[in-house]
Design a protein around this ligand. Structure first.
Ligand SMILES: Cc1cc2nc3c(=O)[nH]c(=O)nc-3n(C[C@H](O)[C@H](O)[C@H](O)COP(=O)(O)O)c2cc1C
Length: 216
């Protein structure tokens, strides 16, 4: 395991990008880009976190955000609508590495979601129309009927449009923690924080990072 450099990098996302590349190159890591996303619902004054696995489809190291795709009407979509603060964690056990990212989630520009949707296999595009993600369904058969319905709907359509309820989110990082497994539990940890100001038009403006080494 390579520990973090003695002098911490000024920003953490380039290291995270390298770690993602390393994980992809490691044969034993299927879904090397999988991460656990935690969102928070607030109900009757109670703060209720919920987590699920997603795929990180892009990491923008220049501006400092990562991208995932999902159904905007899903449980996570609903929770993000009410509270845009969220956290993700990556864990690559075979590399002895963990990366935590906290930040502000903003829907991706529609053109970006359109382009990504267009790049997906036709079967995945139809599934995005067929499934009302996170809603109850009476049976597996009912779900298959929904799929068949969507298949019939688009049978004569060459280019399936993106459903308006499906698209990307950008998680603008306000904190990143990188963790490297060390001998005798003396793990290597460092945390970077920055402010991301959101202007009146909802546009994010990231400030510069500051880094701190943490005890394991
Ligand atoms: C390896 C893996 C990758 C997944 N990738 C995604 C994904 O990229 N987008 C997505 O919406 N759900 C993905 N899921 C399913 C989610 O974990 C989750 O079941 C779904 O998004 C509904 O979550 P929600 O009800 O909390 O909104 C993935 C699950 C696994 C196990």
């Amino acid at each position: 395991m390579n520990p973090l450099q003695a002098s911490l990098p000024a920003e953490p996302l380039q290291t995270l990008a390298t770690w993602l590349d390393d994980a992809w190159e490691c044969r034993h890591t299927p879904n090397a880009n999988s991460m656990v996303l935690t969102t928070v619902a607030i109900q009757k004054g109670e703060i209720l976190p919920s987590s699920r696995v997603l795929l990180c489809k892009h990491l923008d190291t220049e501006n400092g955000y990562l991208v995932f795709y999902t159904n905007y009407h899903s449980r996570k979509g609903d929770e993000l609508e009410h509270n845009r603060n969220a956290a993700v964690v990556f864990h690559w056990d075979n590399l002895g590495r963990q990366a935590r990212v906290e930040g502000i989630v903003i829907a991706s520009p529609t053109e970006e979601s359109d382009n990504y949707f267009a790049s997906r296999p036709r079967s995945s595009q139809i599934s995005a129309w067929a499934s009302a993600q996170s809603e109850p369904v009476a049976s597996r058969e009912a779900l298959h009927r929904q799929l068949e319905q969507a298949e019939r709907r688009f049978a004569d359509t060459e280019t399936i449009p993106r459903p308006p309820h499906w698209g990307g989110y950008r998680l603008w990082a306000t904190a990143v923690e990188l963790w490297v497994q060390g001998d005798n539990r003396l793990h290597d940890r460092a945390r970077w924080i920055r402010t991301v100001a959101i202007d009146d038009n909802g546009q994010p403006h990231p400030h510069t990072w500051s880094a701190t080494r943490l005890q394991p």
